[in-house]
Write a protein that binds this ligand. Sequence first.
Ligand code: SF4
Ligand code: SF4
Length: 380
Amino acid sequence: MSKVLVMESSYENCAEAVERAFAAFPLEIAGKRVVIKPNALKPCNPDTDTAMVTHYKILEAVIKKVETLGPRKILVGDSVGTEFYGRSDEVCTEVRFKEVAGPYYTNMSKNLRMVKLMHPFEREVAVLADVLDAEVYISLPKMKTHGLTMTSGGIKNNYGLLSGAQKSWYHYYTVSPERFARILVEMFRLRPPDLVIMDAVLAMAGYGPASPITYPANKILASDDAAALDTVEARMIGFEPEQVPLLMLAREFGLGETRLENIQVEGNAATLPGYPKPEEPPEASYAYKAGVGTGSTSRSYYRERVAFRPVIDVEKCRFKQGCNACMDICPTRALTSGKSSPNLAPDQCVLCSACKEVCEYGALELLPDSEIMARLQSAE
Ligand code: SF4
Ligand code: SF4
């Protein structure tokens, strides 16, 4: 039977909850390569009233605990989302992940591996190799409601394995909550976490993943079964697991326990009173709310991002001085030597954003390509 721990906590005393999580779900860490992945969505000040990212104090407590268990190596990082593709270092600095991780901080977007997804996608994507190769993988999601997936937790935190603006590609092409859930499950199956510790101290409500609405749940959840943890989270938010397409797919694929009656819950997992969850079905929120702050639909919002391609400022580029960093890191060889700067084969680019992550001279930006935009629009 799967077990989920639900602990009362604040950020100040979260080390106690983290200690309890490791006691309830012991991990063999001595001599191992441990990867810790919080949720770094976009820049924000985690000490103000925002619930967009995992709070750095929980990350800090987890790192300190792992250090005591004699790992060979610790890696801490994420590949950021929304409008901040290619800027993982900047975002992880602002949300204080770099500060608390110190020497363990790693820009995982610079170490990618191409992986072929199964039916129905059958497409090669660039994913975080550090997570794939983790001997122990600890996931630190935030408790959130979400415009597309209803809830966001342990399974969805693995969407960060898909580096950079590739995330937009799937937002754009999966066109239904069920198909979007399918890509999340694909990412989850690549490397399920060994331990999930969820920051539900200040949770996010409304239409996430970047809603300004917060809910002080004052809890930390933990489990070695991400699906079971997400099932308990859904009930706490006020959904039946059957209302969450992601959980039903996880059930279909046997990726963990999603039946509440089969989950042993330790602690108070009662439905949180007045949690402002999405009231509309995901179909409606997909069309009108997801990812949008501008009044445009998510379709046009993501079309622009799917048309992103690297654009190099020749004046700033150090190619002539011998820099090859973007070409060397590109996992699809879309960038090759040109006359005065690297050349791009636009259709070979998978939007992984590694080239922007690696350019130290600010010479490379990801910008919408008008030809690709027009092609996408005419195909709709
Ligand atoms: S990494 Fe930046 S500076 Fe170096 S070749 Fe690429 S665009 Fe030019
Ligand atoms: S050019 Fe290469 S490195 Fe840059 S986003 Fe495209 S696939 Fe990634």
